[in-house]
Design a protein around this ligand. Structure first.
Ligand SMILES: Nc1ncnc2c1ncn2[C@@H]1O[C@H](COP(=O)(O)OP(=O)(O)OP(=O)(O)O)[C@@H](O)[C@H]1O
Length: 807
C-alpha cells in the first residue's frame, strides 16, 4: 500500500512534548508533580533513544489472520479499509492545524539496527546490575512490587530500603530497575524508559493516588476506576480540551480526536470501551457522550441522547456482586452528525439482555433497577392502578434477599427515569403501558398453581396475582389459566391439548415473564430510536460508542457468561487486529525492516467457539435441535469432539473449561440447551396477541414476524412450533454485524481497569490491575507504539488533512 509516513497528527501521545498545559486539572496535577514532558526525552534514564526491535531470526512466523473470504470471519465479506469517499463538508469548527504541525520525538523503525537495550530489559532482570542508591523494584512476600533504594550490594545480594523504612536483603537478580524519579507519573507509558510490569503498575498507581485516573498506553487510553467523584469533568474541562489548553489523557481527549478525525478524514469513528464488569465502561461511555453532546450540540437532540442513559440503565442494569450498576446488555450508540458538524440524531443497538435475571437472581444481587424504582417511586394513583406492593413481597424479587443499593434512592431514580422518558418523547400513555408491563411481570411471578389430579397437573390459583396479571395485560382469567396450564400440540397431524404438570406450568409462566420483559426492553429501544432518528441534514458521518459487558468469571458460570465471554473474545480480536496485526502487517508490506512484536493472539479461542461444524456454538446448536438431548449429552458431545483443543478442557459431569484470553473459565452446562432454544410456546404468543392492551399485542406481532422470517432459515429445531433462531446463533450474527460496522470506522480504544473488587476508592490491588493489563495486552501495545511510527496514512488521507487544516 502506498503510504507516507507522517510523524504526528493522530496519536495524542506523539504530540505530548508540547510545553506546560495552560489549564491544570484541579486535582490531576499536584504542585509537586515533577514530571516535565519536555525533559523526559533527555533525562529519561539510561536507555538511548533506540528503537524497539528484536533480531528477526528470534521471531516466529506470522499467526492466523482470518482469511479473506472465510464465512466464519466477520472480516470476510467486506473491504477493511477505513478510507471513504465523501463530500467535502466537514464542518467549520475543527482546528487540527496545530496537531498536524506537531512533530513527535520518535525514532524511525527503519533506523533500527539491532536489539534495543529497552527490549532486552522487557521483563528481564538477569542483566540488571543494581548499584548503591539506585531505585529498584523488589517483590514483597505478598507478590506486590515495592519501590525501594539500594543501600549496598555485595556478591549477588543487595540490601534495600523498602517503604516504611524497613530493610531487606534480596538476591540482586530478583530486582527490577525503576525509572528515574523524573519519570514518576508520566502521562503516557510510552515515556517510561524501563517498561516492565512493576514500572507500569507503579506509574498507574502513582497517578491514581493523585486522582489522575487516565493514562495513555500509546494509542490506548487506560482509565482506572476511581470509585469516587473526581474533579475532572464538566464545562471547564470540556472547554479546555476543545481549545487544546489541556492535553493530559482524558476521555474528553479521545472524544475530541474522534470528532476531529471524523471531520478532517471524513471517516466514521468508533470509541471502543472495554474492561471487566465494574471497571467503569458505562461511566466512560457517558463521559464521552457528554463531550460530543457539548461540542456537537445546539439543536437540542444532544440532550435527548444523554437522557437515553437513565432509561436504558433503569431497564437494562442491575446490582450484581461486582457492580451496583452493572449493564446486563451490550450497547452501541451511533451518534450522527450534520454537514455543519452538529449532532443530528442517534441510533442505539443493544445486544443480548440477560433475561434470566427477571425470574432468577443470585443472593445479594438485584433484578433490573426499574422494578425497585417503580415500587419505590410510583405516585399514589399509579401505585393503585398497578396494584403495586412492596419489593420484598414479590417472589421474583424476594429470592435474592437484596432490595436496596447503598447510596441510591430508588424513588428519586424513578422520577429521573420518567423525566427522561418525557424528554425522549415517550408519551404519558406509553409510559403507563410500560409500567403496567413491569408490574405484570412482577405479579406473574406470584401466580401460583393448584394441583388438580394425582398426575401433578395444575390450574392457576385464582387469587390476587392472577387477577392483577389478567387486568394489567387485558386478558381473561380463563385465557391466563389456559396458557399457563395447558399446551396445544400437533401429534401425527392431530391437534391435542396436553395438561401441564406443576414444573411445566412454572416454566411456562417464567418463560412468559422473561419474554414480556425482553420484548418491553426491545420496544423501549425502538421508541428511543424513533425519537432520535436522524434528520434530513445527515452527512452519513457518525461516531459510535461501544459499551459492551465485560469479561465474567464467577464460581458458577452459565450460558450468559458463555455468551458474554464469547463477545469479549470477538472484541479482543478487533483490538488485536488493529493494534498488533494490521499495524505490523503494514510495516512488513511497506518493506520496512521490522521485527515482529509478540502478543497474545486469541484466534485459537475464537476458533474454538466459531468453527463449523465442530465449534462450541455449532455443537450447542446441533444439540439444541435434538428433543431428547440434555445438558449432560451436550457436555459429553463437547468432550468427545473438542478434548484435543488446547483452549478446551472437559471437566467431570456437565462442566467444561475454556482458556479465554483473560483467563480460564469453567462453565456448567446446566440450562444451556433451554436457554439457547429460548422457546416461547406459540400458545404464549397467541395469548399475548389476544390481550386487549396494544403493547402485548405489539410484542406478539413482533415475535410472529420473527418466526415468519425464519421460515427460510435451514436451522429449525424439530420442536413443533418453535419460532426462533437459537440465542447463540442470533448473538453470533449480531456480533459479526457489529464487527463489520466497526471495521469501517477508525477505532479509538479505552481500557477500563478495576483497581479493587470492593468498589471502594483509594484501593489499588496490584495483582488485580496487572491481570487486567496483561489480559488486554497493554504492555505490548506500548511496545509496538514506541517501536513504530507514531502515525501512518495514505497520500490521499494526508492530502485531505493538509487541505482541511489549511482551509
Ligand atoms: N470516572 C468515574 N468517576 C467516578 N466513578 C466512577 C467512574 N467510572 C466508574 N465509576 C464507578 O464505578 C461504578 C461501575 O462503573 P460502570 O458501571 O461504568 O462499570 P462497567 O464496566 O460498565 O460494568 P458492567 O460491565 O458491570 O456494566 C460506577 O457505578 C461508579 O460508581
Amino acid at each position: 500500500m502506498a503510504s507516507v509516513e507522517v510523524r504526528s497528527v493522530r496519536k495524542s501521545a506523539a504530540l505530548r512534548p508540547r510545553g506546560p498545559t495552560k489549564v491544570q486539572p484541579a486535582r490531576s496535577m499536584s504542585l509537586d508533580y515533577k514530571y516535565s514532558a519536555a525533559r523526559a526525552g533527555v533525562e529519561a534514564g539510561p536507555a538511548p533513544n533506540g528503537v524497539g526491535r528484536r533480531a528477526a531470526a528470534d521471531e516466529e512466523e506470522g499467526e492466523a489472520v482470518p482469511p479473506e473470504g472465510d464465512a466464519d470471519s466477520p472480516y470476510s465479506s467486506k473491504a477493511t479499509t477505513t478510507e471513504e469517499e465523501g463530500s467535502a463538508g466537514g464542518g467549520g469548527e475543527a482546528n487540527s492545524a496545530s496537531s498536524a504541525a506537531a512533530t513527535p520525538r520518535r525514532p524511525s523503525p527503519a533506523a533500527a539496527a539491532g536489539p534495543s537495550p529497552r527490549d532486552t530489559r522487557w521483563g528481564d532482570t538477569s542483566s540488571y546490575g543494581a548499584k548503591k542508591k539506585n531505585r529498584v523494584f523488589c517483590q514483597l512476600p505478598n507478590g506486590d512490587w515495592a519501590l525501594c533504594t539500594v543501600i549496598t550490594t555485595s556478591g549477588d545480594e543487595s540490601v534495600l530500603k523498602v517503604p516504611e523504612g524497613k530493610v531487606l536483603r534480596l538476591k540482586t537478580e530478583s530486582l527490577q530497575p525503576a525509572n528515574p524519579e523524573i519519570l514518576d507519573g508520566v502521562d503516557d507509558l510510552m515515556q517510561l524508559s524501563y517498561l516492565s510490569e512493576p514500572s507500569v503498575l507503579y506509574n498507574l498507581q502513582y497517578r491514581y493516588s493523585q486522582d489522575m485516573i487516565y493514562t495513555k498506553a500509546g494509542p490506548v487510553l487506560v482509565a482506572v476506576n476511581p470509585f469516587k467523584k473526581v474533579a475532572l469533568y464538566g464545562n471547564e474541562y470540556i472547554k479546555a480540551y476543545r481549545n487544546k489548553t489541556m492535553d493530559s489523557p482524558h476521555v474528553y481527549a479521545i472524544a475530541d480526536s474522534a470528532l476531529r478525525e471524523m471531520k478532517s478524514d471524513e471517516v466514521n469513528q468508533s470509541i471502543i470501551i472495554s474492561g471487566e464488569s465494574g471497571a467503569g465502561k458505562t461511566e466512560t461511555a457517558k463521559i464521552a457522550m457528554q463531550y460530543l453532546a457539548s461540542l456537537g450540540g445546539g439543536s437540542g437532540i444532544e440532550y435527548e441522547i444523554l437522557q437515553t442513559n437513565p432509561i436504558l440503565e433503569a431497564f437494562g442494569n442491575a446490582k450484581t456482586l461486582r457492580n451496583d450498576n452493572s449493564s446486563r446488555f451490550g450497547k452501541l450508540i451511533e451518534i450522527h452528525f450534520s454537514t455543519t458538524g452538529r449532532i443530528c440524531g442517534a441510533m442505539i443497538q443493544t445486544f443480548l439482555l440477560e433475561k434470566s435475571r427477571v425470574v432468577q437472581c443470585a443472593v445479594g444481587e438485584r433484578s433490573y433497577h426499574i422494578f425497585y424504582q417503580l415500587c419505590a417511586g410510583a405516585p399514589t394513583t399509579l401505585r393503585e392502578k398497578l396494584n403495586l406492593k412492596k419489593v420484598d413481597e414479590y417472589k421474583y424479587l424476594k429470592q435474592s434477599c437484596c432490595y436496596s443499593i447503598a447510596g441510591v434512592d430508588d424513588a428519586e431514580m424513578f422520577r429521573a427515569v420518567t423525566e427522561a422518558m418525557n424528554i425522549v418523547h415517550i408519551s404519558k400513555e406509553d409510559q403507563d403501558n410500560v409500567f403496567a408491563m413491569v408490574s405484570a411481570v412482577l405479579w406473574l411471578g406470584d401466580v401460583s398453581f393448584t394441583i388438580i389430579d394425582n398426575e401433578n397437573h395444575v390450574e392457576i390459583t385464582v387469587e390476587e396475582a392472577a387477577e392483577t396479571v389478567s387486568r394489567l395485560l387485558g386478558c381473561s382469567i380463563e385465557d391466563l389459566n389456559l396458557v399457563l396450564s395447558k399446551r396445544h400440540m400437533k401429534v401425527n397431524n392431530e391437534n391435542i391439548v396436553q395438561k401441564l404438570t406443576l414444573t411445566q406450568a412454572t416454566d411456562t409462566r417464567d418463560a412468559l415473564a422473561k419474554a414480556l420483559y425482553a420484548s418491553l426492553f426491545e420496544w423501549l429501544v425502538e421508541q428511543i430510536n424513533k425519537s432520535l432518528s436522524v434528520g434530513k441534514r445527515r452527512t452519513g458521518r457518525s461516531i459510535s460508542i461501544l459499551d459492551i459487558y465485560g469479561f465474567e468469571s464467577f464460581d458458577k458460570n452459565s450460558f450468559e457468561q458463555f455468551c458474554i465471554n464469547y463477545a469479549n473474545e470477538r472484541l479482543q480480536q478487533h483490538f488485536n487486529r488493529h493494534l498488533f496485526k494490521l499495524e505490523q502487517e503494514e510495516y512488513v508490506e511497506d518493506g520496512i525492516d521490522w521485527a515482529k512484536v509478540e502478543f497474545e493472539d486469541n484466534q485459537d479461542c475464537l476458533n474454538l467457539f466459531e468453527k463449523k461444524p465442530l465449534g462450541l456454538l455449532s455443537l450447542l446448536d446441533e444439540e439444541s435441535t435434538f428433543p431428547n438431548a440434555t445438558d449432560l449429552t451436550f457436555a459429553n458431545k463437547l468432550k468427545q469432539h473438542l478434548d484435543t483443543n488446547s483452549c478446551f478442557r472437559g471437566e467431570r459431569g456437565k462442566a467444561f473449561t475454556v482458556r479465554h484470553y483473560a483467563g480460564e473459565v469453567a462453565y456448567d452446562t446446566s440450562g444451556f440447551l433451554e436457554k439457547n432454544r429460548d422457546l416461547l410456546h406459540m400458545d404464549s404468543i397467541q395469548f399475548l396477541a389476544k390481550c386487549k392492551l396494544s403493547i402485548p399485542q405489539t410484542f406478539a406481532s413482533k415475535m410472529l414476524a420473527q418466526s415468519d422470517n425464519l421460515e427460510s432459515i435451514p436451522y429449525r429445531p424439530s420442536v413443533a412450533d418453535s419460532q426462533k433462531l437459537s440465542v447463540a446463533m442470533k448473538f453470533k450474527g449480531q456480533l459479526f454485524q457489529l464487527m463489520q460496522r466497526l471495521e469501517s470506522t477508525t477505532p479509538h480504544f479505552i481500557r477500563c481497569i478495576k483497581p479493587n473488587n470492593l468498589q471502594l476508592p483509594a484501593i489499588y490491588g496490584q495483582e488485580l490491575v496487572l491481570q487486567q493489563l496483561k489480559c488486554c495486552g497493554v504492555l505490548e501495545v506500548v511496545r509496538i507504539s514506541r517501536s513504530g511510527y507514531p502515525t501512518r496514512m495514505t497520500h490521499q488521507k494526508f492530502a485531505r488533512r493538509v487541505w482541511f487544516s489549511s482551509s
